[in-house]
Design a protein. Structure first.
Length: 85
């Protein structure tokens, strides 16, 4: 699996889940890389894609990426929707 395939999978995951979490307890990028037995060296490129393509916020030791074009009036509404509070 190359970086383009990982990016496609992350974008599909964003559409399906509504957010992508990166933290020690639930790192959705690393899970995707491990599931597809991809090179771990692609992690930084995948993370860079998220930072350049989506909005994000930090909640304690977790980073959540989300689509800024989703129809949430504010960040608190998004957090409530996904149980991030």
């Amino acid at each position: 699996m190359d970086i383009n395939e990982i990016i496609q999978e992350l974008d599909a995951l964003m559409l399906e889940e509504g957010y992508i979490e990166v933290s020690e307890k639930n790192d959705m990028i690393m899970n995707l890389i491990e599931e597809n037995q991809a090179d771990v060296k692609l992690y930084k490129k995948a993370l860079g894609h998220l930072y350049s393509s989506y909005s994000y916020f930090d909640e304690e030791d977790e980073t959540f990426f989300y689509n800024p074009f989703d129809s949430y009036d504010n960040l608190e509404e998004l957090k409530k929707e996904f149980g991030i509070l």
